[in-house]
Design a protein around this ligand. Structure first.
Ligand code: PHE
Length: 341
């Protein structure tokens, strides 16, 4: 066998070595790398190689040597680290390490319940942007140009583009849905909204809403009332009563504020309902024909109702939370009181 064939053969041998134990490692060293090993022997024979072939033979021989040395070194490191590792300490009979799981946020619990209750009567969920233009937040909703709700007091405008604002209600999503879809529409719009109010136990600069619309042929005020009664009873209990008081919103006509019988005293009078027996929970009404027209829906053909409520308000009533700020302070002592789901 000439030296080149031998180098080739040894290269294959070295490549196929599996060095897992210190015994295998030692016999590999003896066989290939030690003074009397196969690779040094080849270096001995190198002297006999013809001058014309020396360069090439020298190159492959060095490659083989480096390869064998690398293999040895890597395997040695590996064997040393694993054998010097402490004995496995896993004890299957030891008690587990407890870690606390989170619970759902009370606002999320209420929102989920609203999704569930409304989905049972065919409403789907729609979402939209929190930074809105004037059209979707105000103009399309029939707000007159000089309406006080557009004032700086209530609305956070975007400084470098005052035609944009943080939405003050999710009615903006109603407009987006009415503009892009054809009736019948049955949707609820959850999301965060912003109003420039001084922060106190009863007000914050942001809160969460679920608003909704139902638009179809022949939708009437009776449908609105029945839908509101259905959802109130699902949320607050089968004996819940509702009452509607005339009100004003630019985007509904007629408009109403809705109260439910006080969930705490069941209408007898307590400090939650300020001894009236009723608590206000939402605004609603029949969608104003101008709003439908603004969204390319023919008010002669279609009618609809809309409603909007604050999720915090519902959560406060359901869980009797005294301070609105608790919902956004991330205090675990508060948050972990709400389980469920
Ligand atoms: N958008 C109103 C608000 O934020 C609520 C509302 C919605 C009232 C739909 C009537 C109809 O206060």
């Amino acid at each position: 066998m000439n030296i080149q064939q031998e180098i080739e053969m040894l290269t294959k041998e070295v490549e196929s070595q599996a060095l897992k134990t210190s015994e295998q490692l030692e016999s590999f060293r003896l066989e290939y790398l030690s003074k009397k090993g196969k690779i040094p022997a080849l270096f001995q024979r190198f002297r006999e190689v013809d001058a014309s072939e020396r360069k090439e033979v020298g190159r492959v021989l060095n490659v083989l040597k480096n390869q064998a040395e690398d293999l040895f070194k890597v395997a040695k490191d590996e064997i040393e680290t694993t054998s010097s590792a402490p004995e496995a300490t896993f004890d299957a009979s030891a008690p587990g390490i407890p870690f606390s799981t989170g619970s759902r946020h009370p606002l999320r619990l209420v929102a989920n319940q609203l999704y569930e209750v409304f989905s049972r009567i065919g409403f789907i969920v729609a979402e939209g942007p929190e930074i809105e233009d004037d059209w979707h937040n105000f103009s399309a909703l029939n707000f007159p140009e000089e309406h006080p709700a557009r004032d700086m007091q209530d609305t956070f405008f975007i400084m470098n583009d005052p035609s944009m604002a943080l939405r003050t209600h999710t009615s903006s999503v109603q407009v987006r849905m009415m503009e892009t879809r054809k009736p019948p529409l049955r949707m609820i719009m959850p999301g965060r909204v912003y109003r420039n109010e001084a922060i106190s136990a009863r007000a914050h600069c942001f809160f969460h809403q679920v608003e909704g619309i139902y638009i179809d042929k022949n939708v009437s005020f009776a449908d609105l009332k029945q839908t509101m009664l259905y959802f109130s009873r699902e949320l607050f209990g089968a004996d819940t009563q509702i009452r509607l008081r005339p009100s004003y919103f630019p985007f509904t006509e007629p408009s109403a504020e809705m109260d439910i019988s006080c969930t705490v005293c069941k209408g007898k009078g307590c400090n939650i309902c300020k001894y009236t027996g009723w608590v206000e929970i939402l605004g609603c009404g029949m969608i104003h024909p101008n709003v439908l027209k603004n969204c390319d829906i023919d008010p002669e053909e279609y009618t609809g109702f809309a409603f909007g409520m604050g999720i915090e308000r519902i959560a406060i009533l359901k869980y009797q939370v005294k301070d609105l700020r608790l919902f956004s302070q991330n205090d675990i002592r508060f948050l972990k009181q709400f389980t469920g789901e």
